[in-house]
Ligand binder design. Structure first.
Ligand code: E4P
Length: 220
């Protein structure tokens, strides 16, 4: 049995969504990526800074260099924005080199674009604080994305790695249940999925019935 509780991060760079989700009291971090940042049409640093002012937890910001030296340089600049900024590093050889250097300097990393347990193991060996297996994209390719999450959790548990597993590329509420069952430390969810997790038709019908019946209660 795990000794931690699963956390929910929001997978978006939209500050309105982040503000709304944060006010629910269930979000403890945010993940972004270059595609999510591009969708907002805003300055990268400004967005990351604003997100750190809304959520008091890890905020992942991704580098776009593909060589270790470039990644480290970008990471050091991003880390200046706020102590909660975590540097997202792609799971390539140069990325592993960058992870090792950055973690030794006290800059936390989130190894992204992870599609196998072997990649996650390498990220943990390099000292990454987080790894992000992409469940939905694996499912899209005909694989069992959540099984990869479960395998990573088992391996990390067995050896006592402190690297936290972020179930990423979450597409629907069932993915969240499965991530929790697999023992993922974190599920990072798009805003739309969070909304779907809140909703249940029986809740809406039940609430309406209570409100309608309340109108029949004598008020004096
Ligand atoms: C994770 O950190 C990524 O930002 C994200 O989950 C990717 O999800 P997608 O496959 O829906 O783009």
């Amino acid at each position: 049995m795990g000794v931690f509780k699963i956390k929910l991060f929001l997978d978006t760079a939209n500050v309105d969504e982040i503000r709304e989700a944060a006010s629910l009291g269930v979000i403890s971090g945010v993940t972004t990526n270059p595609s999510l940042i591009a969708k907002e049409g805003r300055n990268f640093t400004d967005v990351v800074k604003e997100i750190t002012s809304i959520v008091d937890g890890p905020v992942s910001a991704e580098v776009i260099s593909t060589d270790a030296e470039g990644m480290i340089k970008e990471a050091e600049e991003l880390a200046q924005i706020h102590p909660n900024v975590v540097i997202k590093i792609p799971m390539i050889g140069e990325g592993l080199k960058a992870v090792k250097v950055l973690e030794e300097k006290g800059v936390r990393t989130n190894v992204t674009l992870v599609f196998s347990a072997n990649q996650a193991l390498l990220a943990a060996l390099a000292g990454a604080s987080f790894v992000s297996p992409f469940v939905g994209r694996l499912d899209d390719a005909g694989h069992d994305g959540m099984q990869v999450v479960a395998d990573i959790v088992d391996i990390f548990d067995f050896y006592g790695y402190e690297t936290e597993v972020i179930a990423a590329s979450i597409r629907h509420p069932l993915h969240c249940i499965q991530a929790a069952q697999a023992g993922a430390h974190i599920a990072t969810v798009p805003y739309k999925v969070l909304q779907k997790m809140i909703k249940h038709p029986f809740t809406d019908v039940g609430l309406q019935r209570f409100l309608d019946d309340w109108k029949k209660v004598k008020q004096s």
